[in-house]
Ligand binder design. Structure first.
Ligand SMILES: [Fe+2]
Length: 294
């Protein structure tokens, strides 16, 4: 099976393109790499874009970009997806620096854009804003978590890292504990988008910067049980939630367990089903308010 092994970008529709662009550049510290009338491309790493903003009626995540390995065959990947009865499309030069892409919809209607990265960008390190390492994961509310989880595993090659009871799955496509997570809540919509920071000190500076600019934390700082990452959550101007995290569990696929950390309760920490317990959400004890799930 050809598996995707990296999230490349997330694409959002947003009613106020200028305000959301200002948030990503001035606050989060991404690089504005190109701007068309109704589309903005924003970068954080070696990729030309990690976030794409498109002018639209509702603030929502509409597409996710994933890479397959350089030695994989995109036509073979398309055949593999089509063999599962999924309708695919092939597009040439759909976005800057992406020459060839296979697209199809996931069960909740988000467009998957799968491609091979054949050119890299050279953004300079930004000196303003949070400046995360990378886009880490995107989380969604879903109506049928088992069905959507199975889709990401069977079609895109994700692996299950952890579950909270039977309603919250955490899926990986590389060493990171999760790149997609899915919580069953009765609707299909974006939950949060997470960017990786360097360390606790970086998170401290990010919280001060958010505060100075009027962005209040929804939840955190804390340490998740599942994934063990340090986290904070806040809402951007379009009301979608951004997570800033660091110290996420890293999987050693050959050994079948996450790299040991001093705070793991399990020795070793293997993928498992966690009980629905506050410590699965926050080992430090503070639970989110109702605002988190709005
Ligand atoms: Fe998260």
């Amino acid at each position: 099976m050809i598996r995707v092994n990296k999230i490349a970008h997330a694409t959002y529709e947003t009613p106020d393109l200028d305000k959301q662009t200002e948030y990503y550049t001035e606050i989060l510290g991404l690089t504005l790499v190109s701007k068309e009338k109704d589309i903005v491309y924003l970068a954080s790493t070696v990729d030309h874009h990690s976030v794409v903003l498109r002018r639209g009626g509702n603030a929502q995540c509409v597409r996710l970009g994933f890479q397959i390995p350089p030695d994989a065959d995109l036509s073979e990947f398309e055949k593999q997806v089509a063999a599962l009865g999924i309708k695919t499309q092939r597009k040439k030069d759909p976005e800057p620096t992406i020459s060839d892409v296979v697209t199809f919809a996931d069960p909740k209607g988000t467009t998957m854009e799968v491609f091979k990265r054949d050119s890299f960008s050279h953004q300079r390190f930004q000196s303003k804003g949070v400046v995360p390492f990378k886009l880490g994961h995107v989380a969604f509310h879903v109506t049928d978590v088992k069905h959507v989880t199975k889709f990401y595993c069977d079609v895109l090659g994700f692996r299950e890292s952890d579950w909270m009871a039977d309603f919250f799955s955490f899926l990986r496509c590389g060493p990171d504990h999760h790149t997609i997570n899915l919580v069953e809540t009765g609707s299909n919509r974006h939950f949060h988008t997470a960017f990786e920071l360097r360390d606790w000190g970086h998170m401290h500076d990010a919280c001060d910067l958010l505060s100075l600019n009027g962005y209040k934390l929804l939840w955190g700082p804390g340490r998740h049980g599942i994934g063990h990452n340090l986290f904070t959550y806040h809402r951007g101007p379009n009301d979608l939630i951004t997570e800033l995290f660091t110290e996420l569990d890293q999987m050693n696929e050959e050994l079948g367990y996450f790299e040991p950390r001093p705070w793991h309760r399990d020795v070793p920490q293997r993928p498992k089903v966690w009980a629905k317990d506050p410590s699965a959400a926050n080992l430090w004890g503070i639970m989110p308010g109702d605002d988190m799930m709005k």
